[in-house]
Design a protein around this ligand. Structure first.
Ligand SMILES: *Cc1c(COP(=O)(O)O)cnc(C)c1O
Length: 407
């Protein structure tokens, strides 16, 4: 197994990109889909922003270092990774807050049509549903949930917006963006895609699919660092009608005129609310530049190869785990999820061996493949560790049962 893996690593055109990340010795990191690894260039860039731009140049840096244009600049670099035009994407806030802004914007666009149902799926990432529920409490929206297979059938004349996560965080199941966007449009609904488990791991064609809105995460496959700001996409055809309720001063057309009345900035600039967290956006830019340099097509090809290779390695052991991710790599994201009644303890036992995956309640062991820094040898080693942990029963040790605040 390991020998074959090493041959694959030698032949891997992306192998050298591992050196661009600061990874600890002895760790196999299968959780880049939850917190991406640290690019080696990030500390130096942050040092420069802190010491030179902030420390030395002080407030002048808003102009001289173009801090004021940073959300647009980094958004513009994310755009080609998700099939958008540069002026359709901006970096701002968290995914949750951007969901609030864009769900609200969709509701405003659908108001005259009398539509206020937001359609999503049960088991979507919680924050996506919670944001709908928050608007529902305000009397502005009505939540409707339909299982994956029933989504298209649940689109009717009341649906204002279809809100789906392109790659499911738990199972890794991937929606057909093009088909569902078309089905929603045929029913008169708008579509908002959550790309948190997509952006930076695989190509996606927002404009080609006709998507209306999208949001995505900066701290997962884009390696922007803990709590990195998120991004938001609005198709150009909606820019003129775009209204969002968090009408903060940085989304004003002329913030430094300090007028009493709000006038929205053009296009996605009006999605800004308060002042951008410059240090965080600067760190995110390093991760985005690296993803762009490697190229999402190549990242995706390697991700699929890694996932399939891990399955081959597992098949050679006597590990018999229940795969909940789709069997077909073209129907899933950059992860493999397995169901096991003691998935939590199993995950902890693997972490003790240096194999960091994660657990998703109640019974999922999730292994994510960040293709920029993982090796085929890591897959072979993961299969070996998993087989040993299961065969020895070491996961039954009490120390692996205790749950920390973040699981
Ligand atoms: C990680 C993730 C988020 C993150 O939301 P934040 O508000 O940025 O913390 C949102 N949606 C999905 C599907 C995610 O996987």
């Amino acid at each position: 197994m390991l020998e074959r893996a090493r041959e694959r690593d030698v032949a891997d055109p992306l192998a050298h990109y591992r050196d661009r990340f600061d990874l600890p010795e002895g760790v196999i990191y299968l959780d880049g889909n939850s917190l991406g690894a640290l690019p080696k260039a990030t500390p130096a860039r942050l040092e420069q922003v802190v010491r030179e731009e902030w420390g030395r140049d002080l407030i002048r840096s808003w102009n001289t270092a173009d801090w004021i244009g940073l959300p647009q600049r980094v958004g513009g670099k994310i755009a080609p990774l998700v099939g958008a035009q540069p002026h359709e994407v901006i970096v701002a806030d968290s995914v949750s807050v951007n969901l609030f802004k864009l769900i609200s914007a969709a509701l405003a666009m659908q108001k005259n049509a009398g539509r206020k149902v937001i359609l999503s799926e049960p088991g979507n990432f919680p924050t996506d549903l919670y944001m709908i529920q928050g608007l529902e409490k305000q009397g502005l929206a009505t939540q409707r949930l339909a299982d994956r297979e029933a989504i298209a059938g649940a689109l009717d004349e009341d649906v204002a917006l279809l809100l789906l996560t392109h790659v499911h965080y738990k199972t890794g199941a991937r929606y057909d963006m093009s088909a569902l966007t078309k089905a929603a449009h045929d029913a008169g609904a708008l579509v908002l895609w959550d790309l948190s488990h997509t952006g930076g791991a695989m190509p996606v064609a927002l404009n080609e699919c006709g998507a209306d809105f999208a949001v995505g995460c900066g701290y997962k496959y884009l390696n922007g660092g803990p709590g990195a700001p998120a991004y938001a996409f609005v198709a150009q055809r909606h820019h003129a009608d775009l209204q969002q309720p968090l009408s903060g001063w940085m989304g004003h057309a002329r913030p430094f005129e300090f007028q009493d009345d709000y006038a929205p900035a053009p296009g996605v600039d009006r999605l800004l609310c308060g002042t951008a967290p410059i240090l965080s956006v600067a760190a995110l830019e390093v991760g985005v530049d690296l993803a762009a340099e490697i190229g999402v097509e190549r990242l995706w090809a390697k991700s699929q190869a890694l996932g399939e290779f891990l399955r081959e390695c597992l098949a050679e052991t006597d590990v018999d785990l229940d795969l909940v991710s789709p069997d077909d790599p073209d129907r899933r994201g950059s992860q493999l999820s397995f169901r096991h009644p003691d998935a939590y303890a199993l995950c902890q036992a693997l972490i003790a061996r240096g194999v960091i995956g994660d657990f998703r309640a109640p019974d999922i062991l999730r292994l994510g493949f960040a293709p920029a820094y993982l090796r085929f040898a890591d897959m072979a080693e993961t299969a070996r560790h998993l087989a040993e942990v299961l065969a020895s029963g070491e996961w039954k040790e009490p120390r692996f049962q205790e749950r920390a605040a973040v699981t």
